[in-house]
Design a protein around this ligand. Sequence first.
Ligand SMILES: C[S@@+](CC[C@H](N)C(=O)[O-])C[C@H]1O[C@@H](n2cnc3c(N)ncnc32)[C@H](O)[C@@H]1O
Length: 258
Amino acid sequence: MSWQAAQYLKFEDERTRPARNLLAEVNLSAPRRCVDLGCGPGNSTELVAARFPDAEVVGVDTAADMLRAARERLPNVSFIDADIATWRPEAPVDLFFANAVFQWVPDHLDILDDLMDHLAPGGALAVQMPDNLGEPSHLLMEETARSAAFADAFAGKTIRRAPLPAPRDYVERLAAKAARVEVWHTIYQHRLADAAAIVEWVKSTGLRPYIEALPAERRHAFLDAYLARIAHAYPPLAGGGVLLSFPRLFVVAVRRQR
Ligand SMILES: C[S@@+](CC[C@H](N)C(=O)[O-])C[C@H]1O[C@@H](n2cnc3c(N)ncnc32)[C@H](O)[C@@H]1O
């Protein structure tokens, strides 16, 4: 699947808000090494680098277009083309920051647990993931794909990503190595221009695998059918626009002193 930086950054301010909120909960005074896992076009990396100007900051991603955009944006930061499921730093780091990426990584509890071993004592693992599979925006992708018009194209295919583990699973899994584990949800309410803007938003993330599973000549019809459902589920606000409700799960674990 190809990740496109320009499409993703259409909603940069809204998408970066959870990264700002996550970073605000990281209580490190002078970290020396910080890693932004799933750094995308560098928007989250920029926040980490600005907050900790004396730290060495590294971004890790697999998408060529995202890495290109990130390198252009932050020429003084190193960006590594690697899969965060297997990539590990050569020496312990003080911060693993991962905004909006681990929802795409299967069995990520195992990976987060393993990353704790690569933190310096007192270091932090800070993760945010969309927890929105139960929202109309996502339920309606699946409904459109299974509707009579498209069922043939999606027959036998699982497109939907796996739901996140429960909050208690993160606490139980990370507690053995952590001095402190904080888990919380925030539901963002994004006011967007109209229903079409919701489709634009999810086009670069959750909707992308559905579109890519279709032959080019059927993609427009799929987007139209999805948009019609979205317009019904997100009626206009009195003052204009629509409200996209977007729950996200946050996890911050601080490595125990050995
Ligand atoms: C939704 S974007 C998040 C970008 C940025 N961190 C932010 O805060 O907006 C997710 C990024 O994770 C990357 N990604 C997804 N799975 C990955 C994996 N297994 N290893 C490395 N990067 C991955 C994608 O290429 C994409 O750039």
